[in-house]
Design a protein around this ligand. Structure first.
Ligand SMILES: *Cc1c(COP(=O)(O)O)cnc(C)c1O
Length: 374
């Protein structure tokens, strides 16, 4: 707290969700303590990595695990690893010309700002389909996308909708066809937690690797990510990663973050997901009951949340002309304790996912004061 005072940066109550622009999630005291302890001693990084990788693989029911500096870095190094697998050598021994011929298959419905990393890597993206319902990709069409240069298929699951549009072939068929071509399927599931069973759902279905963000619902350090998957692919990972002088050196994960994500995943596996989901439902019910349609704004239940996570949140309904979601967003932001919300597609949302009980009450009280103004 004092560091933010010293710097004059205001702290926020997070009513938006696991948005990276405000720091994603908060680490537990245990995780912070693990990071502190890790910082106090020197260790051989490779030894620490290997121990933590084995434990993470065990906990998440996977053959292998790696820690990266976020999910985007995870996708980047994993695709580099797919290239290494194809050429059977570390990326730094593969010429730029050879890398530029490598092809990664991706549905247009799955293109997103996070895949820009692949352009940096220099591979060719082979796009197929359209980001809508008009002409969904068929098995036959998907099969045509493969060539002798294909190194991977990158896939974004849209578990409950979220922001991924329709138009892609389903993951099961993608895996079946990719396996016939002996091409690894890499799943970007950065925000697809909960449920924690997604740690193994995609890889059990046959994906070679799945990438998660450590700083979203897992509540690990914001600068971490997980790559979970098959040994046959991830055995090629370390030659490209820190502490070797591979491209992964740009995405260094220190011993503190390694300890932090290990501790956070351990806690995540013990978390009672049903109780957490019910807690969010309770917040939603309480807010709905506290505001009536006669007031300038009221609330309704919205599901799933912005990332497609199976957690309920509140959608604000404006009942009075002239009142805009942006006005309420500004009012909330200027409260004595600044409240951060998101306006999406013209509606303001309150997401209880990262709110403490005390913050839940504070925000409701502030909203009840604000609603009287209009
Ligand atoms: C959040 C997100 C990422 C980036 O995760 P970081 O851990 O911040 O790198 C990548 N892909 C998707 C689909 C995401 O939602």
């Amino acid at each position: 707290m004092d560091i933010y005072k010293e710097l004059g940066v205001k702290t926020l109550i997070n009513c938006a969700g696991t948005y990276t622009i405000i720091g994603g999630s908060k680490m537990s005291e245990n995780t912070l303590e693990a990071m502190n302890q890790a910082a106090r001693y020197h260790v051989v990084i490779k030894d620490l990595q290997q121990k933590i990788y084995v434990e993470l693989a065990k906990m998440t029911h996977n053959e292998a695990a790696r820690v990266t500096a976020g999910a985007m870095a995870g996708v980047y190094i994993t695709i580099a690893t797919c290239i290494s697998k194809k050429f059977n050598k570390p990326l730094r021994y593969i010429s730029k010309e050879d890398i530029s011929k490598c092809e990664v298959i991706i549905h247009r419905a799955h293109r997103n700002p996070y895949d820009r990393g692949l352009e940096t890597l220099g591979v060719k993206l082979v796009e197929l389909g359209y980001p809508n319902n008009i002409n969904p990709v068929t098995e036959e069409e998907f099969g045509y996308a493969f060539s002798e240069h294909t190194v991977a298929v990158l896939y974004l699951p849209s578990c409950n909708g979220g922001w991924v549009p329709p138009g892609a072939l389903d993951l099961g068929s993608v895996i079946k066809i990719s396996q016939k071509h002996d091409v690894p399927v890499v799943v970007d599931a950065a925000a697809q937690l909960p449920p924690k069973s997604n740690f193994w759902n995609f890889t059990e279905a046959g994906a070679s690797a799945v990438c998660f963000s450590g700083g979203k619902d897992i509540r690990g350090p914001q600068t971490t990510g997980l790559v979970l998957g098959k040994k046959s692919l991830l055995d090629y990972f370390d030659a490209n990663n820190f502490p070797v002088y591979g491209i992964g050196r740009m995405y260094k994960v220190g011993r503190e973050e390694l300890a932090g994500i290990y501790c956070a995943v351990k806690e995540y596996m013990e978390k009672d997901e049903d109780a957490f989901r019910e807690r969010c439902e309770k917040v939603v019910r309480t807010y709905i009951a506290s505001f009536s349609k006669k007031m300038a704004f009221s609330f309704e239940r919205s599901w799933p949340n912005e990332a497609g996570q199976s957690i309920a949140r509140l959608k604000m309904i404006i009942n009075k002309e002239g009142v805009t979601p942006e006005m309420i967003k500004n009012d909330l932001s200027s409260c004595e304790r600044s409240i951060f919300t998101m306006v999406e597609n013209g509606s303001l949302y309150i997401n209880p996912q990262m709110m403490s009980d005390e913050e839940t009450d504070y925000v409701k009280d502030q909203l009840l004061l604000i609603v009287k103004k209009y």
